[in-house]
Design a protein around this ligand. Structure first.
Ligand code: UTP
Length: 295
């Protein structure tokens, strides 16, 4: 599938403190959601959207991610001999046709800083950013990145952000955009972090997928660290929008729900939803849940 943007940066260096103790010695991006670790859904989604070059921004304690995507000829051979074709398919990352690179963020200075680590990888070309702890659509089946890349090129934009409509009561958990215009692709005037429902400029929440032009790197360098010493990507995007740059929003479709796995309730819910939708075991899980809920 052709995509006008073939590079993606996947930040996976965050500490994942909200998922402790599960994340004490393993990356949150490697927590399983039903059959696969979270980050595998993200990588498969990017490949499906036409991405060819992928840079993971990893950090201390994240080696499991590199090991997961490494090729393992001995394992593949034993699966082949055992006739386990379905597992062969799910584990043959070479089939995805991706060139995967890794770099390290040694100090967790926030998402903006993690993206800055992609500067030499991106060069002067636009690139996608896909958060390694967010899945878009059930089992990652979404073509939103391709629509975002198309919008970036067509509109000659500086930034494109995926947004999802959330419940009014939930706007205080997210970055919320102030749209200028309507429709599925629209200009963004500015954005606010975690507003109260009565002051929120909309219900459209920033949703873990971005397209940036190379101008983003200088903007990130101008951002002052927040109270926790983190460089927030939202601050860099807001500076572009308020300085007259073209920041566009692309709405996720109803079937492209955003699963943010960064906190416990949302991780539990996502696991359940994916397990219930499992083609082989979903029915059994449903029966079991019905039974224990009725007890
Ligand atoms: P979060 O905002 O959820 O932060 O990161 P976090 O540090 O991982 O988690 P908590 O707040 O301690 O629970 C969103 C995405 O950005 C990456 C994370 O790995 C995650 O995929 N990230 C965040 C980095 O790569 N570097 C950072 O410094 C911060």
């Amino acid at each position: 599938m052709d995509c006008p943007i073939s590079r993606a940066v996947v930040p996976v260096a965050g500490l994942g403190t909200r998922l402790l103790p599960a994340t004490k010695s393993q990356p949150k991006e490697m927590l399983p959601v039903a059959r696969k670790p979270i980050v595998q859904y993200v990588v498969e989604e990017l490949a499906r959207n036409g991405v060819r070059n992928l840079l993971f921004v990893t950090g201390r304690g994240k080696a499991a991610i590199e090991n997961h995507f490494d090729s393992d000829p001995a394992l593949m051979e034993s699966l082949r001999k055992a006739g386990k074709d379905d597992l062969l398919l799910a584990l043959d990352f070479e089939e995805l046709g991706l060139n995967i690179l890794y770099t390290r963020q040694s100090v967790q200075r926030g998402l903006g800083d993690a993206i800055l680590h992609g500067e030499s990888f991106a060069g002067k070309e636009p690139f996608i950013v896909a958060l390694g702890d967010s899945i878009i659509g059930l089992h990652g089946e979404s073509m939103a990145c391709q629509r975002m890349a198309d919008a970036f090129v067509r509109e000659d934009a500086d930034v494109v952000i995926a947004v999802e409509e959330v419940e009014p009561a939930h706007v205080r958990f997210y970055g919320i955009v102030e749209p200028h215009g309507e429709g599925d692709v629209f200009r963004i005037r500015t954005m606010v972090e975690k507003p109260a429902p009565d002051t929120a400029p909309s219900r459209l929440a920033v949703s873990g997928r971005y397209v940036f032009g190379p101008g983003i790197f200088d903007r990130i360098r101008q951002v002052k660290p927040d109270k926790r010493g983190e460089i927030q990507i939202t601050d860099a995007i807001r500076a572009i929008a308020e300085g007259g740059g073209k920041v566009m929003g692309v709405k996720l479709r109803p079937e492209e729900k955003r699963y943010d796995i960064g906190n416990m309730p949302s991780y539990f819910e996502t696991f359940l939803e994916f397990a219930l939708a499992d083609p082989d075991h979903g029915e059994r899980v449903r029966t079991y849940l019905r039974r224990i809920l009725a007890e």
